[in-house]
Design a protein around this ligand. Structure first.
Ligand code: FPP
Length: 249
């Protein structure tokens, strides 16, 4: 049976996801942590497909943080293997579906072979415009800001030139709009060094569901919740007495 596409009053242009809870999903089943990451990988495709179906233009997935390098060697190696498998298995199909793959973070921390594969996938898909799939791998928000500041100094930027737009242009995300909606699975209430500059006015949706169980229906619920939010960007809602409406968001 094919599911019909729900109608959303408003759809976020950019959804970013902290895919958390793989380890607990595995522990609850008496499985090793990597089994949780593998289950979480199976989930990627259905969330990407649903994002295309619903008209989301940017999907950013937090797959590996700068801090995750500190996990046990076996888990780090497992996640690197998963990245390689995902690239090998999925890129052709993603390309045929009009998905543009981008990366934010530090590719130079990967092995030369894996780096080449990721770069080839980025190059292959660069003209696709149905969905921009932004993979945050070896990414940290603080690190991103440090890199931006260093680059500005190296470029000889003058103090008068520094404003929000300039800083934006020095971030890994310079061509990507700020996330409208950030979803975090597994119930944790923290930002975990994810898009800390870009999330200034993002809406948050936190669900207790572990990432491997987060499915199309759960994405629909998150999007329906987003559609009910009143985004004010620090201003006030339009007053019924105000003939101009008066609100930006
Ligand atoms: C956080 O859960 C999840 C990660 C650190 C890895 C996320 C990776 C995937 C979903 C697989 C897809 C990966 C690639 C490379 C495309 P956790 O392990 O911290 O869970 P826990 O808090 O329950 O221990």
């Amino acid at each position: 049976m094919t599911e019909s596409t729900p109608v959303f009053e408003i759809i976020p242009a950019h959804v970013a996801i902290i895919m958390d809870g793989n380890g607990r999903w595995a522990a609850a089943r008496g499985l090793p942590r990597l089994a949780g990451h593998r289950a979480g990988t199976e989930n990627l495709r259905r969330i990407i497909d649903a994002s295309i179906e619903f008209g989301i233009r940017h999907l950013t997935l937090y797959a590996f943080s700068t801090e995750n390098w500190g996990r046990p060697r076996e888990e780090v190696d497992g996640l690197l293997s998963i990245l390689q498998e995902v690239i090998d298995r999925e890129v052709k199909d993603l390309h045929e579906n009009g998905v543009r793959l981008r990366h934010i973070g530090h590719l130079e921390h990967l092995s030369p072979g894996l780096r080449t594969k990721v770069n080839e996938a980025i190059e292959l898909t660069k003209n696709n415009d149905r969905l921009s799939l932004n993979l945050a791998f070896s990414y940290g928000g603080r690190d991103e800001i440090v890199c931006a500041v260093r680059q500005m100094i190296e470029d000889g930027i003058e103090i008068e030139q520094v404003d929000e737009s300039l800083v934006n242009n020095y971030l890994f995300t310079k061509d990507i709009p700020d996330p409208d909606l950030i979803i975090r699975t597994s119930g944790e209430m923290r930002i975990s060094n994810f898009l800390i500059w870009q999330s200034a006015y993002s809406e948050w949706y936190i669900t207790p569901t572990f990432w491997p169980d987060f499915d199309r229906q759960q994405l629909i619920i998150a999007l329906q919740e987003y559609a009910r939010r009143d985004r004010r960007y620090g201003r006030i809602s339009p007053s019924p007495c105000d003939p101009d409406g008066g609100d930006a968001g």
